[in-house]
Ligand binder design. Structure first.
Ligand code: FAD
Length: 637
């Protein structure tokens, strides 16, 4: 027989837990002990003589996205079972922690297990939820807090493969899986505990130019855009975006031509190896996002994460493939002629300390796919001095290791000095990149003044907002109650992730604009809303050139989310040619190739910028170029 603990008891327990954890300096994740707490199953038995209430507890803590619900069973002082029963964490990132951290807690009988490297926030949330359960069961946290040492390996190993791929992110996974298909023996080294790099963070759209699927879908000749069907038409479209002062190839765009031509092929290959896309189309009433191919289950719904996991598993299961996690490339090996013949790597612990494992890989080709350097403060200072001290909401592993190794091997940097794009995050760095679509509204600065047209060129606009000191580095997204339903479930693009803003308590509601303005010290707020509404009612553009301004009806009050336009990647990178050979100087200067060394993805910077166009779609370019470079390597070794 079990009975439910009263809400009062639960809240008391959870609050006490939060206090203890905070005191222990452990509480990186937020403990929510609010009215929405799950009912807590309390044990069959009453508290025993020691005050323990053994049983199975359901607790929750806020993860990276939303609540993570954890079931923990404790009997006779032993955590007998622990599992995450529900979560909305990023597919391809947080779910790895959900699968592993509970098992580690049971195995070690300790919540002091190391965070899974690559998904620390979710790891912490699970641990916090288990700590709540321990306390609710009447045990001391210290009884389940034993130090869990990470293994020292102290072994050396040398491996011989055809290709060693550095980094299991977007470009590396696509390239490695393709190389295996092409009959090569491939080792991927990945410094984190999980694969994926930046891949799972993306929106999941694939500009599959020329893919037979798109032509087949276009049954009436009007169902997709001509530029989606033909690489020449696509390049002509992109050509209009070239900045002449950046262009070295007379508008030919050699890099994107390769990437996008191959991306269409890669999309078909994805389908053939079990990676699905959301159904194409513009349907009656519901999903209306048209003919971009989105990895299933769709835009911002984890499609890129599912695809990423499928690629990683394909490599891991392949008889000739392997991914070595927690293994960090430290240098390239070169022979006397300068040819790259392999890499050196070390095993790392979750805090990046070496664990004593030393790996030498001899390979016919080395593919650098280790991403950009947004999390390397020294490199930001060197290449993007205007961005020093700015937060980059990116993969924490983007520390420029591959770029440093490439430079040491004789390559050089190109595409330095372009502006870096930004996208909107909440103040807790929850991604809100599409909120200007899902949630009709305006964005205001520290004074409550509108920051201007956020619809056109959104990424560039976000970057400029952040860099403009006049905004006071404080921003609010402002919307009415009518925009709340589509914030929670945005049918046009088919995603519902922003609903978490409500669970996270980040949507502030005020009954009047005046109340919001006063409490948040936004003196210009009323005027900003009025000016927007005047343009909306007149059907004209506002003073910033924004058309179709959304009328903000304050009848039911006003909603605000504190937001932060965050940068998220770097677009400068190693010199390379359009086949993916890493060069000593830019291709337009006739740079010589470093034999044996290839690159794909952000390690090369933006290939769009190499073509003379501003950065736009790193995900598509990383996948398409990664696929193309795999073919180059397979043909050359
Ligand atoms: C938050 C966010 C959102 C984005 N959204 C979009 C989007 O919507 N659309 C779009 O087109 N693009 C988007 N991008 C950009 C896109 O994700 C990247 O351009 C692309 O994924 C880069 O792929 P990559 O393979 O070069 O690097 P990554 O995917 O970052 O992978 C690099 C990998 O190398 C590993 N690594 C690094 N150093 C070492 C080392 N020394 N040894 C071993 N392994 C190492 C890393 O751990 C990582 O796994 C987004 C990026 C971010 C950060």
């Amino acid at each position: 027989m079990s009975k439910k603990i009263s809400r009062r008891s639960f809240l008391k327990g959870a609050a006490a837990g939060a206090a203890t954890l905070a005191a222990a300096g452990m509480m990186n994740a937020t403990v929510f002990a609010d009215g929405e707490a799950e009912a807590v199953e309390v044990p069959a038995t009453e508290a025993n003589a020691e005050g323990h209430r053994d049983g199975k507890y359901m607790t929750k803590a806020m993860g990276h996205e939303d609540y993570v619900y954890v079931s923990t069973s404790i009997f006779d002082g032993v955590i007998t079972d622990c599992k995450v029963v529900s979560h909305k964490e990023t597919i391809g990132i947080g779910n790895y922690a959900c699968a592993r951290i509970p098992k580690a807690i049971v195995a070690n009988q300790s919540v002091n297990v190391p965070n899974l490297r690559g998904c620390s926030t979710t790891s912490m949330a699970i641990k916090v939820a288990v700590m709540q359960a321990i306390q609710l069961a009447g045990y001391e946290l210290t009884d389940f807090f034993g130090a869990v040492a990470e293994e020292d390996v102290n072994a050396e190993e040398t491996l011989d493969v055809d290709v060693v791929v550095v980094g299991a992110g977007t470009a590396g996974l696509v390239a490695a899986a393709k190389l295996l298909d092409l009959g090569k023996k491939v080792l991927v080294v990945e410094k984190r505990g999980i694969p994926g790099g930046s891949m799972a963070m993306t929106y999941s759209g694939v500009a599959a130019i020329g893919a037979p699927t798109l032509s087949n879908y276009d049954v009436d000749g009007k169902s997709t855009q001509p530029y989606n069907l033909d690489i020449d038409a696509w390049i002509a479209l992109l050509n209009g975006m070239i900045k002449p002062e950046m262009d070295h190839y007379e508008g030919k765009m050699p890099f994107e031509r390769v990437a996008y031509a191959k991306l269409g092929e890669a999309a078909e290959w994805f389908k053939s190896i079990g990676i699905g896309f959301m159904t194409l189309g513009s349907f009656e009433g519901e999903v209306t996002y048209g003919t971009t191919m989105y990895l299933a289950p769709g835009c911002y719904m984890g499609g890129a994460g599912y695809a990423m996991m499928a690629l990683a598993q394909r490599i891991e299961k392949h008889p000739e493939g392997e991914i070595k996690y927690m293994t960090k490339m430290t240098e390239l090996i070169q022979d006397e002629s300068g040819k790259v013949t392999g890499i050196k790597a070390v095993g790392v612990k979750s805090n990046d300390e070496e664990n004593g494992y030393k790996l030498t890989v001899n390979a016919k080709a080395v593919l650098l796919s280790s991403g950009g350097f947004a999390r390397n403060a020294d490199m930001i200072a060197e290449y993007y001095p205007d961005y020093v001290g700015k937060f980059f909401n990116c993969c924490s592993a983007s520390t420029g290791d591959g770029i440093q190794a490439g430079l040491a091997a004789g390559s050089a940097m190109e595409c330095i000095g372009q502006y870096l794009p930004g996208y909107l995050s909440s103040s807790t760095y929850f991604e809100l990149a599409f909120i200007h679509y899902s949630t009709p509204g305006i964005m205001v600065n520290k004074s409550g003044d509108s920051v201007g047209n956020i619809m056109s060129g959104n990424h560039e606009k976000m970057a400029k907002c952040k860099l403009d000191p006049a905004n006071g580095d404080e921003f609010w997204y402002v919307f009415d109650e009518n925009s709340a339903p589509s914030t929670k479930n945005y049918l046009d693009y088919g995603f519902n992730t922003y609903e978490a803003m409500y669970n996270r308590g980040e949507v502030l509601h005020y009954d009047t604009v005046e109340a919001a303005a006063e409490e948040l010290n936004l003196p210009g707020l009323a005027a900003a809303i009025e000016a927007n509404n005047a343009a909306a009612l007149a059907g004209t553009k506002d003073e910033f050139g924004r058309g179709n301004c959304p009328y903000i009806d304050v009848f039911q009050g006003i909603n605000l989310i504190k937001v932060d336009p965050t940068f998220y990647l770097t677009s400068a990178g190693l010199c390379a040619d359009d086949a993916g050979h890493v060069l000593k100087a830019p291709m337009y200067e006739g740079g010589e190739a470093i034999s044996g060394l290839y690159g794909a993805g952000d390690v090369l910077g933006s290939i769009e910028e190499k073509d003379g166009k501003q950065y736009g779609m790193g995900f598509d370019c990383g996948m398409g170029f990664g696929y193309a470079v795999a073919e180059t390597i397979a043909a050359e070794i």
